[in-house]
Design a protein around this ligand. Structure first.
Ligand code: ADP
Length: 252
């Protein structure tokens, strides 16, 4: 069994002619919490799609849990929370419980085929994210932060070992952002999950992640967060270009 949860070796990818990702080498150890930072269009979502085997690289290899990603049998071992996980309108016809259950089957409205064990797993996932009082509420009636929790429960319901978040704090208010990271930290400790967080705003996550990778089509930095903090100005100018024009240093 590989010691790496994710192993990306010499991967390049292009949608058309121009490469979107070039010569990427990245390894994630089991139990690690890795934050990937890059501006819009830097290839972060593309990298996530490659790890999820939704795209195939033109060059290089990707292994997940020690197996080539294209032959990974147990897909339920990867949980994914997308950027749009907090934007359901009032009246969207699904309860929190239904949304979470869809993480087991990939579809809404399958309650009648669910077994007792499945219902228990759904209830447990809802409890893990603190939404038990809202289990029967319409997903669209919840706040953005609560909806995001429901989607974390949806990702957790199949008991994954790797959890991937793509820009989880976009469109979420400041209080919900810190609640989100507190929840992630708790899950990381309790469930022994390997976490991959993709964001253009690393600073809200910096006290939680173990390691930071900076990406702008190529890997620009890969190191522990202390090393990142020591050189962040210089690294950010390489990742984002004109640092003066970016909001990423305003925490100072
Ligand atoms: P990020 O997640 O960092 O914002 P993406 O991985 O979404 O970046 O996009 C990287 C680049 O690939 C961007 O220039 C984007 O326009 C381009 N791109 C993304 N998806 C497609 C697609 N389906 N077809 C063509 N180009 C795409």
């Amino acid at each position: 069994m590989s010691q790496y949860t994710v192993k990306i070796e010499d991967v390049s990818f292009a949608y058309e002619v121009q490469p979107v990702l070039k010569d990427i080498d990245l390894k994630m150890k089991s139990g690690e919490f890795l934050g990937i930072l890059g501006p819009n269009g830097s290839g972060k979502s593309t990298l996530v799609k490659l790890i999820l085997n939704l795209l195939k690289p033109q060059k290089g290899n990707i292994e997940v849990f020690g197996q080539p990603v294209q032959s990974l049998k147990d897909r339920s071992s990867i949980g994914y929370v997308s950027q749009k996980a907090n934007s359901f309108q009032r009246g969207f016809p699904a309860t929190v419980k239904e949304v979470v259950a869809s993480g087991l089957y990939g579809k809404l409205g399958l309650f009648r085929w669910m077994k007792k064990k499945d219902f228990e797993q759904v209830d447990q996932a809802i409890e893990q994210v603190g939404l038990t009082p809202f289990a029967k509420s319409n997903i669209g009636s919840l706040s953005g932060g609560q909806q995001q929790r429901a989607f974390i429960a949806r990702a957790l319901v199949s008991k994954p070992k790797l959890l991937i978040f793509d820009e989880p704090t976009v469109g979420v208010d400041t209080k919900s952002v810190s609640e989100f990271y507190d929840l992630i930290k708790k899950l990381h400790q309790q469930e022994q999950l390997t976490l991959l967080l993709v964001t253009h705003d690393i600073y809200s996550a910096l006290s939680y992640v173990d390691r930071v990778v900076c990406l702008n089509k190529q890997l620009i930095f890969d190191g522990d967060k202390e090393a990142f903090i020591r050189q962040d100005k210089e690294i950010l100018s390489r990742v984002f270009g004109d640092v003066q024009g970016t909001p990423y240093l305003h925490y100072r």
